[in-house]
Design a protein around this ligand. Structure first.
Ligand SMILES: [Zn+2]
Length: 202
């Protein structure tokens, strides 16, 4: 899932920042943007068929799984996202990582949403596989997420707010479900229009 907004830390200075400091900051920003675009280029983009596939349960807790989780975490950070599912890399395994604001990075293997609170909330969601598309999606505000960590140990998280939203979004990816499937008809129509490949004139 894409981050809500891109916050940049600015150091407070008593006096006017030096010109070369501003230039250095611009340089860092353009480097971050380059890294973000490179990461997005490695994430499957709509309408890639992998995004519509159902991922399989993980049965082997091996080196491949550890490497997959590391790659997911790295690409999620580089793409400035808050969650990323294995299907978004074309790997059809039930694995995702998430890291909402102020929360540690977590990797879930064979996740299950075992409880969804009855209170729902509709908010706009972005997705690293649906660039530039943000649509309103209704989600439960509280969930319980159970599954395994990459070592095969049982984990259980009670989540709310953004974290609850992110894991519902990522869990959907493992079943080939996207935000455009869960939004209202008008938002879906607009999003599909924006996603339609544009004709190229040469
Ligand atoms: Zn997504």
């Amino acid at each position: 899932m894409a981050a809500h907004d891109h916050e940049h830390d600015h150091d407070e200075h008593e006096d006017e920042p030096e010109l070369d400091e501003e230039a250095a900051e611009r340089q860092r920003e353009s480097e971050r943007e380059f890294i973000r675009r490179q990461a997005l280029a490695q994430i499957r983009q709509y309408p890639d068929v992998a995004l519509r596939m159902h991922a399989r349960e993980v049965t082997e807790f091996d080196e491949f799984l550890i490497q997959l989780v590391e790659r997911l975490a790295e690409l999620m950070h580089d793409a400035q996202g808050v969650g990323l599912a294995a299907t978004q890399l074309g790997v059809l395994q039930r694995v995702f990582v998430f890291e909402p604001e102020d929360e540690p990075l977590r990797a879930l293997v064979n996740p299950r949403l075992t409880l969804e609170g009855s209170r729902k909330e509709t908010k706009e969601e972005g997705c690293l596989s649906l660039q530039d598309v943000r649509v309103p999606v209704e989600r439960a505000t509280k969930v319980v997420l159970e599954g395994k960590d990459p070592n095969g140990d049982d984990v259980r998280y009670e989540l709310e707010g953004l974290a609850a939203r992110v894991v519902q979004h990522e869990n959907d990816h493992l079943d080939g479900v996207l935000t455009i499937d869960r939004t209202d008809p008008e938002s879906r129509k607009q999003a599909l229009g924006a996603l339609r490949p544009q004709p190229t004139f040469v």
